[in-house]
Design a protein around this ligand. Structure first.
Ligand code: GAL
Length: 331
């Protein structure tokens, strides 16, 4: 009898321990912490974006290397997958830079930033857009690149680079609306003004329809999402790798008018976006109203060590608010 109750107690303790540790492991986010993948390596997907597909989140971002050299593309776009947004499996390099001397626009040594992948249900292709600067030309080319794959994790085949609608394009994102129309949103006109440009049905080119928004506001690092029928924009100012105050805006149509709502950040170092810069906003599936703000704390002197700042967005009326937290849980 005594033995039986000991076994029972031990079983209960083991169950509680397992429940607590799996909960901790799966749902605690540590902004700015080292974030290890399934191989115990710090996740290497900077300036990233997310694609949710069949119950799995795919995180695509810039693969950086050590030192200042890490700010230019030596490898390409790295992909990770996760069921819970917390534990990430390395899926390898989704888009590789072309070999040195190949003459490709994405030759090793180019600058390839802020990749975003979307799925086109009509063509059944995965399409990746990114900011591209040609090798040896610093940030003067101001182009966008597009690549395509049959498989979400790649390999992606580079198609071409271009200036969307003939206009300069640097920091960028892609937003898909409920009717499957895709919009390419980028810092244009030497970063002064944001362009929101419609993509063709196959997502591979621009239709020519676009609007200029936030004129002379030097918005960068755009992240766009939709909630309760409203379109939201979160971005940054234009100060290179150094952090500045985030901006937010709302609109009832993707074409605008867009109304600025100010810096959504609150708490320690909110005036510098907690030392980070926006890159994406992801809605958490299966949660009523949970959107995660995803940002990069850049470490340009050792680019590979850049950290991720993911925080939940709350809403005060319609205004997005991002509170600093050293750690937080999904629920
Ligand atoms: C930032 C931009 C980054 C990167 C950096 C280079 O403003 O958001 O993606 O281009 O400048 O200095």
């Amino acid at each position: 009898m005594k033995n039986l109750s000991y076994t029972f107690i031990i079983l209960i303790l083991a169950f509680l321990y397992a429940a607590c540790s799996s909960n901790n492991h799966q749902s605690v986010f540590h902004p700015k912490g080292l974030w290890l993948d399934n191989n115990g390596v710090h996740i290497n997907a900077h300036g990233g974006g997310m694609l949710y597909n069949n119950g799995i989140y795919y995180w695509f971002g810039e693969h950086k290397i050590e030192g200042e050299a890490g700010n230019i593309a030596h490898v390409g776009v790295h992909c990770y997958s996760s069921e819970n947004l917390q534990e990430w499996t390395d899926e390898g390099i989704a888009l590789s830079v072309a070999p040195e001397g190949s003459g490709s626009d994405i030759e090793k040594g180019c600058i390839l930033e802020r990749p975003k992948v979307v799925y086109n249900a009509a063509t059944k292709k995965y399409v990746m857009w990114f900011h591209l600067e040609l090798k040896g030309e610093e940030y003067s080319a101001a182009r966008s690149g597009v690549a395509i794959s049959d498989k979400i994790t790649g390999p992606y085949n580079f198609i071409r680079s271009l200036r969307p609608n003939g206009e300069m394009a640097r920091d960028m994102t892609v937003f898909i609306d409920d009717d499957a129309t895709a919009y390419h949103i980028f810092s244009s006109e030497d970063n002064k003004t944001t362009h929101i440009a419609e993509l063709s049905d196959d997502y591979l080119s621009h239709t020519g329809k676009y609007v200029r928004v936030f004129p002379e506001r030097y918005m960068e690092a755009p992240a766009v999402f939709k909630r309760n029928g409203n379109y939201y924009f979160i971005g940054s100012g234009c100060t290179g790798w150094a952090p500045n105050a985030a901006r937010s805006a709302i609109a009832q149509s993707i074409w605008g008018p867009w109304t600025e709502l100010g810096n959504p950040c609150r708490g320690e170092n909110a005036e510098l976006t907690f030392g980070a810069q926006s890159t994406y906003v992801q809605k958490v599936h299966g949660k009523e109203d949970l959107y995660i703000f995803m940002a990069d704390e850049w470490r340009p002197e050792n680019a590979i060590d850049g950290r991720y700042v993911w925080l939940p967005i709350s809403f005060e009326e319609e205004k997005p608010v991002i509170n600093w937290q050293t750690e937080w849980k999904m629920d």
